[in-house]
Design a protein around this ligand. Structure first.
Ligand code: ADP
Ligand code: MG
Length: 257
């Protein structure tokens, strides 16, 4: 069973300490929600886990399947089975959704087996069609340049399409729910729920409890000022929805902002 173990992680961004000793473990088969007010470092965690060069790890460790992934390049982390859906997906004009996905699938296959010849075109078409149907995406999206001119909802669906196509062992979804209307939210959640099972774990980063009505988390964690300060079950998310974050700030003697 794969496990992503984050231990006492400290991360600097442009010289400022943003993550201040964050610990969290996500195993295959578990859905974790990570909640917290804006600016607490949720995206910093997501980017650090995938190896963004601007995020400087100054302490702690991150193990995935027992390996220290902090010394691996982002593509090597992905080949191990980690996936990140971005809060702000970038457009890649000139690269179609289909080409992007086929290249990603082939890169994964080649990393697993250097002799691999890649997925055949008919096999890929079938897979893509099936997964786009799951997310109720127009097939014409496959021929569009990735995220180029996409609406907020289309971008988020494209992120989830990558996830359901690449079938990671652990996925980190960074505010995939933000900017989605209720229908898109439901579809995105269905994508995650379709992956749910013993072979899939997720860290669902969210600002609002709303998406957790559709993706039932096994565990809920709350971040304040660069650390996880509270962990519990789904009831913790409901408490936050009702009471906000102030009680936690007080409990952990933070100054309310
Ligand atoms: P969250 O996702 O919880 O809203 P972020 O991780 O985006 O929080 O941001 C945490 C803090 O780090 C904020 O104060 C933000 O201004 C700062 N920060 C994040 N990324 C950068 C960056 N690339 N450059 C400068 N500051 C950053
Ligand atoms: Mg964020």
């Amino acid at each position: 069973m794969s496990e992503l173990m984050i231990k006492d992680l400290h991360v600097n961004v442009e010289g400022n300490e943003i993550l201040k000793g964050l610990s969290l473990t996500v195993r295959q088969g578990e859905i974790h929600a990570l909640m917290g007010p804006n600016g607490t470092g949720k995206s910093t965690l997501a980017y650090t886990l995938m190896g963004h060069p601007n995020y400087e790890v100054t302490g702690g460790e991150v193990l995935f399947k027992g390996q220290n992934i902090l010394e691996l390049a982002p593509d090597e982390r992905a080949h191990l089975g980690l996936f990140l859906a971005f809060q702000y997906p970038v457009a890649i004009p000139g690269v179609t959704v289909a080409n992007f996905l086929r290249t990603a699938i082939n890169a994964h296959r080649k990393a697993a087996d250097p002799e691999d010849k890649g997925i055949s075109i008919p096999e890929f078409r079938k897979l893509l069609k099936e997964r786009m149907d799951l997310l109720q995406m127009e097939h014409s999206v496959a021929g569009r340049y990735l995220n180029d001119g996409f609406s907020g909802g289309e971008k988020k669906r494209a992120e989830i399409l990558q996830m359901v196509t690449l079938q990671p062992e652990i996925a980190i979804l960074d505010e995939t729910d933000s900017g989605l209307d209720i229908d898109a939210l439901r579809i995105v959640a269905e994508g995650v729920n379709a992956m749910r099972g013993a072979a899939f774990g997720a860290l669902v980063i969210t600002h609002y409890q709303r998406i957790l009505n559709y993706i039932q988390p096994d565990f809920v964690h709350v971040m304040l000022d660069g650390r996880v300060v509270e962990s519990g079950g789904p009831e913790l998310a409901h408490r936050l929805e009702a009471d906000g974050y102030d009680w936690l700030r007080e409990k952990h003697s933070q100054v309310a902002v």
